[in-house]
Design a protein. Structure first.
Length: 145
């Protein structure tokens, strides 16, 4: 005759396993779905990162090209306006110089009226004189990379 305690224990264990399987089955399905979604999101992020790096490289190439000297034809230069523009952008002379493509000392000399830009430098200044603060900061970030 089987031991009633052992039989009862086995039956309770069997029922517990069955109940756990039914509860865990839904969780396993959910976990598998979440993993698929995470993998899809990771692929999407990688694709976006590739596109972003391509666009940044394209923009940096565009910014690195020297502006044509023909831009400077007919452009008027004012040391006072240069200083006001730099201050309005909230940039140091060093940062403003990076945008123009000259040295910070050159910017100081232009602002003080001690020097005037050469045609190539004037073309660089003309290319950035219509920038707003946000665009100027974005270009600086691109130049730093």
């Amino acid at each position: 005759m089987p031991n009633i305690g052992a039989v009862l224990k086995e039956e309770v264990a069997r029922l517990a396993r069955k109940e756990i399987r039914s509860e865990v089955g839904a969780t396993k399905k959910a976990v598998a779905q979440y993993r698929r979604e995470i993998a899809a999101l990771k692929r999407q992020v990688q694709e976006q990162a590739r596109k972003l790096s391509f666009l940044e490289a394209q923009e940096s190439r565009r910014l690195s090209k020297q502006p044509a000297e023909s831009l400077a034809e007919g452009a008027r230069f004012s040391p006072k306006w240069l200083k006001l523009h730099r201050k309005r952008l909230g940039l140091s002379a060093a940062d403003y110089a990076k945008l123009v493509g000259v040295t910070p000392l050159t910017i100081y000399n232009w602002e003080l009226g001690k020097a005037r830009p050469r045609p190539k430098q004037l073309a660089g200044w003309v290319a950035i004189r219509d920038l707003r603060k946000r665009e100027a900061l974005r270009r600086l970030e691109m130049l730093k990379k």
